[in-house]
Design a protein around this ligand. Sequence first.
Ligand code: GAR
Length: 208
Amino acid sequence: MKNIVVLVSGGGTNLQALIDAQHRGEIAAGKITCVISSNPNAYALTRAKDNGIETDVIRRRDFEAFDDYDAALTALLQSKNADLVVLAGFMTILGKRVIRAFENRIINIHPALIPSFCGEGYYGLRVHEEALKKGVKVTGATAHFVNEICDGGPIILQKAVDIQNGDTPEILQKRVMEQAEWKILPRAVALFCEDKIIVKDGKTEIIE
Ligand code: GAR
């Protein structure tokens, strides 16, 4: 059984999708054992507590140097015996130390079809604003491993979502979450826990 630690910053709807998938028995080879937030007021923490999951908080601003924050987050994840770390709307950039300590063991959900609308500065609603500004007809979500390039790690799963007339960033964000993020993130986590993701040459192969 793999220990899953989920990192959050906000509302935690992706965390909820993971908890729901776990309750449905869809993540049979893993267990969410801890939720860590970058923000002590994140509603995601309430979702975790309501489901009897241990919580913790680590704030970037409590550390003067980024290196010290990076070391503390690494130590915290190691103290929780994390086999898999999931970034479910985690809004703080990870440092080299934690990425190296958990190589190909950190999964992020990004609300666009990478390599579109990704990289530094592309997070949350901003991603959907840019997609609408560009006028693309299809967007979606990507579950990927985290490496040292922002949103550049091996892609695990992607799902496309149509853009519709009259979409606002908020409407589009909700559709991308419902149709893509809340489906592919739990699936990617389940595949990881079943050792069904092989990483080779910066790409993944899924054993179905
Ligand atoms: C989600 O849309 C997630 O894809 C996005 O933030 C939102 C968090 O919502 N993440 C990023 O933009 C990361 N680059 P949630 O807290 O309700 O899961």
